[in-house]
Design a protein around this ligand. Structure first.
Ligand SMILES: [Mg+2]
Length: 411
């Protein structure tokens, strides 16, 4: 079967068997047939390796933490089947936790309707999605139901306090604008500015003033781009209302975690935004102060955290849920997303800091829908081929039709 015929079969909704290279077509109709195809593969090899991300520049601090720096490392795993199919993805756990899956049938570990089985969920979720996609010849978003757009909006999440770097010779506001310019040239058309300088690094009013200057400078320089701001809970409510007034004409796209979420403060913020004409979305729920005793429908978040968010969404005080991609768990997003839709909230699963995560999240967006924009990470790890993903002129990923997550891995 040649490449064109293979792609045609995908577009026609057929399922093809991939064994390393695509060798033969085997169109099947539904989940039962997919299950049968997956069960014909047994896990023959489980391999782990470490990868190292590199950002295109040194990435500075947020309001509370030290600089992100030049890039983090992460572990990935590759699963290879007895028929030569393979898949890879992030997988943090040590080898002894996954060794038991050697010899298992892929069909016992992964179900097209449910995702990864409970036993492997916190261990090999990304890897099994990539593997199943490769075996079935489908992108992961198709396994999730193709409910979202095939062009997925993305913002650069790497615009930190580059104005105060390097400490001996800080670059000031132009330092932040230069970071935006670099990401603009890479294809991004939306930037999330870290704010909250007054919390620690430029204490008090001068820090707030710098936040305002940075916001205005980026707005002015990039009139065709979305501007998002994220304060990592570093403001008081009153100070934040002052900031909103000072940037009311900047057409902010979203406001993330302005202060520790409290219902009454969010009510004040909503009222103030209406008064000054700020139409930004309010995004909340990334930070967690406590962990669930054991993973449940919402993964590692506590029931209390989730209840608080839903209560705020019910009052229209939160528009976007920032629940983390991995703390929820990739498979669990299938069940979580309909609940968000029901509550009238959109999602933007938190992805920072490892480079594969925005691509995984883009599949959630294209597969399950209801994702307003994806947090992009302009880092690359040696050995990973990201080239299947291109930006359109509006800064959206054009989702590749390649099987699995569409990310290559080489030596
Ligand atoms: Mg954040």
């Amino acid at each position: 079967m040649d490449r064109r015929a293979f792609v045609s079969s995908l577009l026609a909704g057929g399922v093809a068997v991939a064994a390393g290279e695509v060798e033969k077509e085997k169109p099947v109709a539904g989940a039962d047939d997919a299950a049968k195809v997956l069960s014909e593969h047994k896990i023959a090899k489980i391999e782990a390796r470490k990868l190292q991300d590199r950002f295109p520049r040194f990435v500075g601090r947020n309001c509370k933490g030290n600089p992100t720096g030049t890039g983090a490392s992460f572990q990935v795993r590759t699963l290879t089947t007895d028929k030569g199919a393979s898949g890879w993805g992030m997988s943090w756990v040590p080898d002894d936790q996954v060794a038991k899956f050697a010899g298992a049938r892929v069909g016992d570990l992964f179900d097209v309707a449910q995702g990864t089985c409970e036993e492997a969920r916190n261990l090999l979720d990304f890897v099994l999605h990539d593997l199943a996609g490769n075996i079935l010849g489908k992108p992961v978003y198709a396994l999730l139901g193709s409910k979202g757009p095939k062009e997925v909006p993305v913002y650069s999440g790497a615009i930190y306090f580059d104005d105060i770097e390097p400490p001996g010779k800080p670059r000031g506001v132009p330092g932040v604008v230069a970071s935006c310019q670099q990401d603009y040239e890479a294809g991004y058309r939306a930037f999330k500015l870290k704010i909250g300088r007054g919390f620690k690094w430029i204490p008090g009013k001068p820090g707030i003033q710098r936040d305002i200057e940075v916001t205005r400078a980026v707005r002015e320089k990039f009139p065709d781009c979305k501007v998002l701001v994220d304060a990592n809970d570093g403001y008081t409510c009153d100070d934040f209302l002052g900031y909103v007034s000072a940037v009311a004409d900047c057409n902010l796209y979203w406001i993330e975690e302005p202060f520790q979420e409290k219902r009454d403060d969010l009510v004040k913020l909503r009222e103030h935004m209406a008064k000054v004409g700020c139409k930004a979305l309010i995004a909340e729920g990334e930070g967690r102060t406590e962990r669930a005793d054991k993973p449940w429908k919402y993964g590692g978040y506590t029931q209390r955290h989730i209840d608080t968010l839903f209560a705020l969404a019910k009052e229209k005080l939160v528009d976007v849920f920032l629940l983390d991609l991995g703390i929820i768990g990739f498979s669990r997003w299938r069940a979580v997303m309909p609940e968000l839709v029901q509550a009238g909230g959109q999602a933007s699963p938190h992805t920072w800091v490892w480079s594969p995560r925005p691509y995984y999240t883009a599949h959630v967006a294209a597969g399950l829908g209801n994702v307003v924009i994806v947090e992009g990470i302009p880092a690359h790890a040696k050995g990973v081929d990201y080239s299947a993903y291109k930006f359109d002129s509006n800064g959206a990923f054009i989702m590749p039709a390649s099987p699995g997550f569409g990310l290559g891995l080489s030596g």
